[in-house]
Write a protein that binds this ligand. Structure first.
Ligand code: HEC
Length: 174
């Protein structure tokens, strides 16, 4: 049967051929996408839920960073909002190391910007996590003082820890 359909595809017009190949692949080679996504990991969550949850958390970190930098542009920054954002980031920094269990990378069939390098170079990834935890902790300690000058001075090294990890482990979409 398979041989016959390959043969039929091969003699089809080029456009139809593409459709044939796509169809074959979904049916035969990659039942993957959805099946893999629903596979349950040791964390008790499916691959899909694990990836989507981490992306939600990362979006929260992005929003928290934006709140901080937006506030710092104002004449009278809302230091309470900055501190709350610093707490959000610090809280996530404690857990980010658990957001990337094996099986939740680019081969999962789920859309993700996580690079395979995370699992290929686990020591480097752990270093990036540790650097980030250190920076997030330090920034929270500055933010709690509500001293705007110190907060402003401390932000670049926090941002540098985000970038350090993204440069190595996140797909560059630019
Ligand atoms: C230890 C590595 C690491 C650190 C540290 C890190 N990120 Fe990321 N970030 C990633 C990876 C990997 C992805 C891609 C995740 C995916 O698509 O599954 C990502 C994705 C994101 C996204 C996109 C989320 C989405 O799906 O829309 C945002 C926003 C983001 N990070 C913000 C930040 C900010 C802000 C910081 C620092 C406060 C930070 N990240 C620190 C690794 C990291």
């Amino acid at each position: 049967m398979k041989r016959l359909s390959v043969y039929l595809c091969a003699i089809a017009a080029p456009l139809a051929l593409a459709a044939c190949e796509a169809g074959e692949e979904t049916a035969a080679t990659h039942p993957a996408a959805d099946d893999t996504g629903s596979m349950v990991l040791d964390n008790g969550m499916s691959v899909r839920a694990t990836i989507e949850t981490r992306q939600e958390n990362l979006k929260e970190m992005g929003a928290a960073m934006k709140t901080i930098s937006d506030q710092l542009k104002l004449e009278a920054p809302d230091v309470d909002a900055i501190y709350a954002s610093a707490q959000t980031i610090e809280g996530h920094s404690m857990n980010i190391g658990d957001w990337f269990p094996a099986g939740t990378g680019p081969d999962s069939g789920i859309e993700t910007e996580a690079l395979a390098n995370i699992w290929e170079s686990p020591d480097d990834f752990a270093n990036a996590v540790a650097r980030f935890q250190n920076e997030a902790d330090g920034f929270e300690a500055v933010a709690v003082t509500r001293n705007v000058d110190d907060i402003r001075a401390g932000l670049p090294s926090l941002g540098g820890a985000c970038k350090n990890c993204h440069d190595q482990f996140r797909l560059d979409t630019n």
